[in-house]
Design a protein around this ligand. Structure first.
Ligand code: HEC
Length: 109
């Protein structure tokens, strides 16, 4: 690689990673891929395999910034959603998962 293209890469990198996930969010995405992807679209694109399950990127800010959300992930989410299997996150995972979900919310697509 020529020196000039390396310099260009260095200039472009921060801009292209503006919406990148941090390490904790990345691990949460992997966790949700394992636990939830058979029904939900977990990432920034794609349709949910289960048509009734909303893609995670469309959950909406209101739900995710509700202070109860992290708590609900810890206490067993299916107590509220009968269609869903029970799952329970410890506090760190619940916060990490919520952080990931906030990061991928989008209104368009
Ligand atoms: C067997 C299928 C299935 C799996 C697996 C599943 N879900 Fe769901 N989920 C659904 C369906 C169907 C809905 C929509 C109906 C409802 O709200 O119950 C839903 C709705 C949701 C909602 C929005 C409802 C609300 O009021 O907050 C969230 C958040 C959610 N799921 C999170 C998860 C997470 C996190 C996982 C993995 C740990 C998961 N789901 C795994 C089927 C599933």
């Amino acid at each position: 690689m020529k020196l000039r293209s390396i310099a260009l890469l260095i200039v472009l990198l921060p801009a292209s990673s503006a919406h990148a996930l941090d390490a904790v969010q990345q691990r949460s995405q992997d966790l949700l891929e394992n636990m939830c992807a058979r029904c939900h679209a977990v990432g920034r694109t794609g349709a949910s395999p289960n048509k009734l399950a909303p893609p995670f990127r469309h959950l909406g800010e209101n739900k995710l910034y509700d202070p109860d959300f992290v708590q609900r992930l810890q206490s067993g989410y299916s107590s509220i959603h009968r269609a869903m299997p029970t799952f329970r996150f410890d506090r760190d995972s619940a916060e990490a998962v919520t952080s990931y979900l906030r990061a991928i919310q989008t209104k368009k697509d």
